[in-house]
Design a protein around this ligand. Structure first.
Ligand SMILES: *Cc1c(COP(=O)(O)O)cnc(C)c1O
Length: 353
């Protein structure tokens, strides 16, 4: 007998973007981390952590964090579920809702690859509906696929486009399963689908502290939905899925919206500038609503640029996948990092015409 279930043998594991060892000098524009530090309030909260807190198990529902969410977003605390990153909540959703060909997982592609990985582990059938060129949501096909779970990332990665509230509404109205709106990048966008959780019992909106709040290393994300929908997820959740430090620091970060918004504005301004600079170098750069851009070089293969940049200590993301193999996903860095990237690309392009 093999060690693993056949589904595990058959699948490929999720491959996260490279994480260089601490202290390595690289310009890291490959995993959409925030280039700026988290709120100073997080540093204060960290200093005040009492070691005695760590002797005990954390509060299972992350009450302190849910309370902060409740105040900041003006929603009842029992409409919030907290995860060890929003990946944890994606995992809960797949485990709670999906299975085999009766309870399929459906999503438009290209999108976040973890949806596929989690579904493969669960042995849930997957229906992937390609986005058209203009990235309009393929609503009819999504509805027809009849998912127990339908994922829509908005803003989407790696494309950076957003899905309109009307389209999300139509989708939620016409499927009987759960619609997951993954808003990992909402802090860099112009609107949120959060109001839809009030309108539809089958909608959950996911948020993370990894991008907008610069806390990818802390592992905190949350979902907002009505208590009926959350009840099933709570049964599947590990009792202590979020640690005591993450609960306290997460609450401090959420309460400092001013800081988060100020950094997001900075990143959005850099996004505009970087787009213009890349266009000058002959890239095509569609509008992005996230903290990254998906750029297509017009004269050089994306993969060779990716490798050449890596040799110079500049990491960007390259996906060897149909539809993406001619593109680079570049996280927005600091002004200085973006400038170094542009200079490196300019010289690569000039020296290898
Ligand atoms: C980064 C990202 C996540 C994961 O966020 P974590 O909270 O760090 O687990 C989820 N969805 C999308 C689309 C992402 O890009």
């Amino acid at each position: 007998m093999g060690y693993f279930r056949s589904a595990i043998d058959a699948m490929t594991g999720y491959v996260p973007g490279e994480q260089p060892a601490p202290g390595t000098r690289v310009i890291k524009l490959n995993t959409n981390e925030n280039p700026y530090p988290p709120s100073p309030q997080v540093a204060v909260a960290l200093k005040n952590i009492n070691l005695d807190q760590l002797r005990r198990y954390p509060e299972p529902s992350a009450r302190e964090f849910r309370q902060a969410i409740s105040e900041v977003f003006q929603i009842p605390a029992d409409w919030v579920i907290v995860g060890n990153g929003s990946d944890d909540i994606l995992n809960l959703l797949v485990r709670a809702c999906a299975e085999g060909d009766n309870r399929k997982v459906v999503y438009p592609i290209p999108t976040y690859v973890l949806y596929k990985t989690l579904s493969a582990i669960q042995t849930a059938d997957i229906v992937e509906i390609p986005y058209p060129q203009n990235f309009q949501l393929p609503i009819e096909a999504l509805i027809a696929a009849n998912g127990a779970l339908t994922f829509v990332a908005s803003p989407n990665s790696p494309s950076g486009h957003m899905v309109s509230l009307d389209d999300l509404r139509t989708l939620a109205q016409n499927v009987s399963g759960v619609v997951v709106i993954d808003e990992a990048y909402v802090d860099f966008a112009e609107f949120s689908a959060l109001p839809l959780v009030q309108e539809f019992e089958n909608v959950i909106v996911l948020r993370t502290l990894s991008k907008g709040y610069a806390l990818a290393g802390l592992r905190v994300g949350f979902g907002i939905a009505n208590p009926t929908l959350l009840a099933g997820l709570l049964k599947v959740k590990d009792s202590y899925n979020v640690d005591a430090i993450a609960i306290t620091l997460g609450a401090a970060a959420i309460r400092d919206q001013n800081y988060k918004n100020a950094r997001a504005s900075q990143i959005k301004a850099s996004r505009s500038k970087l787009s213009i600079d890349l266009k000058r170098l002959g890239f095509s750069v569609p509008e992005s609503h996230g903290n990254f851009i998906l750029a297509t070089p017009n004269s050089h293969p994306a993969e060779s640029l990716y490798l050449a940049l890596k040799e110079q200590g500049i990491l960007v993301r390259y996906f060897k996948q149909p539809g993406l193999e001619d593109k680079l996903r570049i996280s927005i860095g600091t002004e200085e990092e973006n400038k170094t990237l542009i200079e490196a690309l300019a010289s690569l392009i000039q020296n290898n015409p």
